[in-house]
Design a protein around this ligand. Structure first.
Ligand SMILES: [Zn+2]
Length: 424
């Protein structure tokens, strides 16, 4: 039986009449093994000899579905229906100091900005200003691939604003459609025009590059396709950074079962799983790394810590090997905040290579980043349960490191960002 089997779920709901959950909106632990969530109640009904009798397992074996190891190699099932991971919301009884951080300690640059339509009018820009002021973001670098006439229009709105003209910068896009003969010259010409118009870099190059974009001849466009090299080389010549997002969390390539860390997300959005018709996670990482290595004079910023926030050793090796490489922290806070000691040491060691960025523009979510980076708080909620069923911890970065991550590194690698007016 599949965990996601809707009929099994309905049966279970009917069988156990799980009461409406009390209002504990941000207290999800999900510690209940997924198997107990849906399989257990049915297993309970079906299994004779359950309950206190228990079931023995051999060394290395796992308990059967619906059971948990209560003594070494002795499994037992709960004596009442288990709540699903969606409904289990235990009160957090831990009393520890809390330090909420509504505004960043130092003015921040959001290098992974996706404002919605706030750049299309003076009123929109004014609402963006209020949002950024409230959370302590001084400059937003928009990563919406804004090119050509759209770029010029957005830049006009920004330049006309006395309060925002130095607070928004725009990355342009590369059109990867129909790569083939003549493509590179056209792409480089557009890039040069966009930079001349006022874009400060390239990005965000989306995950479609590698996953789905096709060449003119119908084959998959590999990230390390040599036909793209003239564009990367043009970026080096123009002294602009390239912000690139490759692939997705590696669990999106795994089966949607009760060992998948992203089960809830994949069950909510099954289209996020990559089946056999896509290149593997490792294939995409290898192609990305080939491209990064082959263009050492180009400054790259890989989004989402390259999807290696769960393997900082791997990202550290990349930083060691590739001095042109930087990484941005958007949407992987759940991995940073679950390894406070390792992440602290990593950020200190690679303090010149990490940039703040948020991705999805939800102003209420930024304070979670500040709290992870700036405090040593224990065991607090993350903002999105389906990314992470665990709690976060502060990584307590020193001020000198915060300044580099929040603005110093972005200013250094992006000449088009205002260079003056930052704290020393
Ligand atoms: Zn993005």
């Amino acid at each position: 039986m599949s965990l996601a089997d809707p009929q099994a779920y309905r049966l279970w709901r009917r069988a156990c009449r799980f009461p409406d959950s009390p209002a504990q909106p941000r207290m999800r632990l999900f510690r209940v093994v997924l198997a107990t969530a849906v399989v257990a109640p049915l297993a309970l009904l079906a299994q004779p000899g359950r309950g206190n009798a228990g079931t023995q397992i051999k060394p290395g074996e796992q308990c059967p579905p619906g059971m948990t190891e209560v003594r070494p190699r002795n499994c037992q099932a709960p004596t009442m229906p288990a709540p699903s991971i969606v409904d289990y919301r235990p009160r957090n009884t831990l009393k520890v100091a809390e330090h909420k951080v509504p505004k960043a300690k130092f003015p921040a640059i959001d290098y992974h900005g996706h404002p919605t339509n706030q750049l299309s009018s003076a009123e929109g820009l004014e609402s963006l200003r209020a949002d950024l002021d409230a959370i302590g973001v001084k400059v937003m670098v928009t990563a919406n691939n804004t090119s050509g006439e759209n770029l010029k229009r957005a830049l006009e709105v920004i330049k006309a604003s006395p309060t925002m003209k130095d607070r928004v910068r725009i990355l342009t896009g590369i059109n990867f459609a129909n790569v083939g003969p003549g493509w590179a010259a056209r792409a480089v010409a557009q890039l040069e025009a966009d930079i001349a118009a006022g874009a400060v870099g390239v990005g965000e190059i989306g995950k479609g590059l590698g996953l789905s974009t096709k060449k003119a001849d119908g084959s998959r466009l590999r990230i390390d396709d040599p036909e793209l090299d003239p564009v990367w080389q043009a970026a080096a010549r123009l002294r602009i950074p390239v912000f690139i997002h490759t692939a997705d969390p590696q669990e999106f390539w795994q089966a949607i079962d009760n060992s998948n860390e992203r089960w809830l997300e994949l069950a909510l959005f099954p289209g996020r799983r990559y089946g056999d018709d896509f290149p593997s996670f490792e294939t995409l990482m290898q192609e990305r790394d080939n491209m990064l290595r082959r263009n050492p004079k180009t400054t790259f910023v890989i989004a989402h810590l390259g999807w290696h926030a769960n393997d900082l050793g791997r990202l550290g090796k990349m930083f060691d090997e590739m001095p042109n490489l930087h990484a941005e922290v958007g949407a992987v806070l759940y991995d940073i905040g679950r390894q406070p000691r390792a992440a602290h040491d990593f950020f200190v060691k690679y303090q010149d290579r990490i940039l703040f960025g948020k991705d999805s523009f939800q102003p209420v979510e930024y304070p979670y980043y500040w709290r992870v980076f700036e405090t040593r708080d224990d065991y607090f909620d993350y903002y999105r349960d389906y990314h992470a069923f665990w709690k976060l911890y502060g990584i307590d970065l020193p001020d000198a490191v915060l300044k580099k991550v929040y603005y110093g590194n972005a200013v250094r690698i992006t000449p088009g960002i205002p260079q003056a007016g930052w704290p020393r």
